[in-house]
Design a protein around this ligand. Structure first.
Ligand code: MLC
Ligand code: AMP
Length: 503
């Protein structure tokens, strides 16, 4: 093997004329055509003198071409750095600067702003639009449809995925060939994926779930995907009878359950529904089974580790749990303060060790050392326990994090913006229950003495700075923040106080 990830995910399918992507307009892209497109992009990047290990920062809409760019980066030994399409230019500038990206690929809509930014960073900007047009395609389309795959070792980097931090500064999780390949191989086997599978793919491809779980598993198995540009309820219903599997965040499943067209009959061709990225309520599991006869398989993962645990394919899928550690992956529960390993039934922090665990945060050795123990265990920041049958339950988080519709939102990042606004003394951002997104963002603001900050102006500034999904759905003025004797803001008190607030 010269490049284990490329060889197993992509190279294994060279020459295959079977479908890889089914598009909503009825067109199909075969493995052969997809790999040819990727090879052309790899040739184009080689002409730009990019070196293996260089970062390619990508903020583009979901499209077959976007996925081919991922394949091209793997084949070229370049580090793929996908970015949420909702990020504002001010958010993007951090990722691009921090990663030292050599190439930025973006939609034409942000080309001018990113070009201005790239000039000071020595990066090159190319465009790739939602419809597959743009300079990247223009420059690559005439090039050879084969490319000499760049040699890579198992511990070479393949991707950076930025995940926000408790201090408000995002951390670039560095993932290797071995991280991604081991996980894709394990999951494909555990979930019985085969070349016959047709996965309904409505997730974004800038996160672990849509890119490394859904796509990599399909590639390992040689199956195909019904590739939707985004979540679209009508299209999901229309295409479901053609699919064999679906992966989604809990919001996908609660939205489907709210739809009368979603019936047992509609799902009869599906063999497996998988959920993850956020907790799926036990009652959603139960309603889903009553409506369709299917038990959703819930699994647990994160950006730094890909997937850690899964309910079984065969055997009892236990609602409210995330199942067992995947083969080759160790999970232990430790005391938050002492780090001591706890017995089954006791609640503590979830730690994970295995070939799936990332190698560290880019340029942040202290943060890496704080979360990744020398013995290889990664401290996830999730709280959980193991029950008497070995099923893992996630019961909370030891990190200040809100998960809204499967997107992670770190309160600190929003608080930093709120605190800078005129008339604001301090603020706290918390997650409150939300029927559609599971949790959503609420901001509480303490004014400076004698001041009455203008909440509309503050929201305008939030909109300028932060991606839409991070915007507080409501801002409230309060007299003071609840604090403990150490002076620490008691977010739990705020969460209880506002748990029934309508946002
Ligand atoms: C969209 N909006 C959100 C939002 N998604 N706001 C908060 N949280 C979200 N998740 C905004 C929209 O911009 C819009 O703004 C408004 O909310 C309503 O939009 P919508 O049309 O209802 O949203 P939609 O486009 O349908 O998106 C919802 C969604 C999407 C659930 C389909 O968020 C999604 O695809 N989520 C999946 C995230 C994911 O892949 N996570 C995996 C992370 S990996 P306006 O301006 O119109 O009001 C990971 C590891 C692991 O966690 O274990 O998998
Ligand atoms: P991310 O940083 O986007 O990778 O998000 C990872 C976090 O999502 C985990 O640390 C968990 O808090 C959460 N998560 C993922 N899957 C599940 C699940 N099945 N149940 C509960 N939380 C989950």
């Amino acid at each position: 093997m010269t490049n284990p990830l490329y060889d197993n995910l992509f190279g294994a399918h060279i020459g295959k004329t079977t479908p890889f992507l089914h598009l909503l307009n009825g067109e199909t892209i075969t493995y052969q055509d997809f790999l040819a497109m990727a090879a052309q992009m790899a040739n184009m990047m080689a002409l730009m003198d990019l070196e293996p290990g260089d970062r390619v920062a990508v903020q583009i809409q979901k499209s077959p071409e976007a996925l081919a760019l991922y394949a091209a980066c793997v084949q070229s030994g370049l580090v793929f750095l996908p970015l949420n399409t909702a990020y504002t230019v001010s958010e993007l500038s951090y990722f691009i600067e921090d990663s030292g990206a050599a190439l930025i690929v973006c939609d034409r809509a942000s080309e001018a702003q990113l070009t201005a930014l790239s000039e000071s960073l020595n990066a090159v900007v190319e465009t790739l639009n939602a419809d597959g047009t743009g300079s990247l395609m223009e420059k690559s389309s005439g090039l050879p449809t084969t490319f000499s795959t760049v040699d890579r070792r198992a511990d070479d980097l393949v991707a950076f995925l930025y995940t926000s931090g408790t201090t408000g500064r995002s951390k670039g999780a560095m993932l290797t060939q071995a991280n991604l390949l081991s996980n894709a191989t394990i999951l494909a086997k555990e979930w019985h994926f085969s070349a016959k599978d047709k996965l309904l793919h409505a997730l974004p491809i800038f996160h672990t779930h849509g890119l490394f779980v859904a796509t990599n598993v399909t590639l390992v198995a040689g199956g195909s995907m019904i590739f939707m540009p985004k979540f679209d309820q009508d299209k999901l219903i229309e295409f479901m009878p053609q699919a064999t599997t679906m992966m989604g965040v809990p919001t996908f499943y609660t939205r489907l359950l709210d739809d009368k067209r979603f019936t047992r009959n509609l799902t009869s061709h599906i063999r497996l529904f998988i959920s993850g990225s956020a907790p799926l309520l036990a009652e959603t599991h139960i309603q889903f089974e009553e409506r369709t006869g299917h038990l959703i398989l819930e699994r647990y993962g994160m950006t730094e580790t890909n997937m850690n645990t899964s309910n079984p394919y065969e055997g009892e899928r236990r609602p409210g749990t995330v199942g067992f550690p995947l083969p080759g992956i160790e999970v232990r529960i430790t005391d938050v303060t002492t780090g001591e390993v706890l017995d089954n039934g006791e609640i503590g922090q979830i730690e994970v060790r295995g070939p799936n665990v990332f190698v560290g945060y880019w340029n942040m050795p202290e943060k890496t050392a704080a979360e990744l123990r020398e013995n290889g265990f990664f401290i996830t920041g999730d709280l959980g326990k193991v029950d008497e049958d070995g099923y893992i339950h996630i019961v909370g988080r030891n990190k200040d994090l809100i998960i809204s519709g499967g997107y992670n939102i770190y309160p600190k990042e929003i608080e930093l913006v709120l605190d800078m606004q005129p008339g604001v003394l301090e603020s706290a951002v918390i997650g409150v229950p939300h029927a559609d997104f599971g949790e959503t963002v609420l901001g509480v603001i303490v004014p400076e003495p004698g001041q009455s900050p203008d909440l509309e102006n503050i929201m305008d500034e939030v909109k300028r700075s932060l991606a839409r999904f991070k915007h507080p759905r409501k801002l409230l003025l309060i007299d003071e923040l609840p604090r403990n004797t150490m002076g620490k803001v008691q977010k739990m008190v705020l969460k209880e106080r506002y748990q029934d607030i309508s946002v």
